[in-house]
Write a protein that binds this ligand. Structure first.
Ligand code: ARG
Length: 231
């Protein structure tokens, strides 16, 4: 042998916005989560190594992060919406979610109407923010947070009276923080998709859809589901 080693460092770059447990979050110095594991399957199929790029959610949901080449694909617990579909090409749906309210336990806020004269925390750029803006009565004061951690913390320490976000994320948080509770789900019927720059990632999307179909078929999806959504 020549002794020359061919080093391939081909990466699948994946944009996300941390933290969004259990879809993407830091644990023991590593980024882990349901989306991360699914993207690992895609990377493996393509013979690539996943590299995660943490970037504000607005840059993801506007498609900018992907169209400017910050990453090949976004995996961010991102809901497929009509507006986003105009600037992003989405994979097949891989998860169902709905908006929900998190409050301090026993607060009694179980609807947007019950928050009249109160404050409601929203996460910037999300479908939760959009739902609150479209449906909360005038008297509800919306407070915008840069990320999920800041929003959850504000609910816990009384900085806001309630927070709106995706149900699965709130269920997990309330389980770990029994002084909080999820009081209502709004049945927004959302589906998550992985997203690439419009018109630029057809091949990659095919690989993603194939990896998803395989994972569902061979039980890997189910395994990951049980791992990250234990109840
Ligand atoms: N599903 C919601 C949306 O698409 C929230 C996603 C937030 N994701 C994140 N990684 N911060 O707007």
């Amino acid at each position: 042998e020549s002794g020359v080693e061919v080093v391939t460092d081909e990466k699948l770059t994946v944009c996300t916005h941390l933290p969004y447990e259990p879809f993407q979050y830091e644990e023991g110095g590593e980024t882990v989560g349901f989306d991360v594991d699914l993207m690992d399957l895609v990377a493996e199929d393509l013979g690539l190594e996943q590299t995660i790029v943490n970037t504000p959610f607005e840059t993801i949901e506007t498609g900018q992060a992907m169209s400017t080449g910050q990453c090949d694909i976004a995996a961010a617990g991102m809901t497929i919406t009509e507006a986003r579909d105009e600037v992003i090409d989405f994979s097949d749906p891989y998860f169902n979610a709905t908006q929900a309210l998190l409050t301090k336990k026993g607060s009694g806020y179980d609807s947007l109407e019950s928050l009249e004269g109160k404050t409601l925390g929203v996460q910037i750029g999300t479908t939760g923010q959009q739902y609150a803006e479209e449906n909360a009565p005038e008297g509800v004061e919306l407070k915008v947070f840069e990320d999920l951690a800041l929003l959850l913390q504000a609910v816990k320490n009384g900085g806001v009276d309630a927070g709106i976000n995706d149900n699965t994320v709130l269920i997990g948080y309330a389980e770990e923080n029994p002084d909080t509770e999820m009081t209502v789900e709004f049945d927004t019927g959302e589906q998550y998709g992985f997203g690439v720059a419009q018109g630029e990632g057809a091949e990659l999307l095919d690989a993603v859809n194939q990896a998803l179909a395989d994972a569902i078929e061979d039980g890997t999806y189910e395994e990951l589901f049980t791992k990250y959504f234990p109840s």
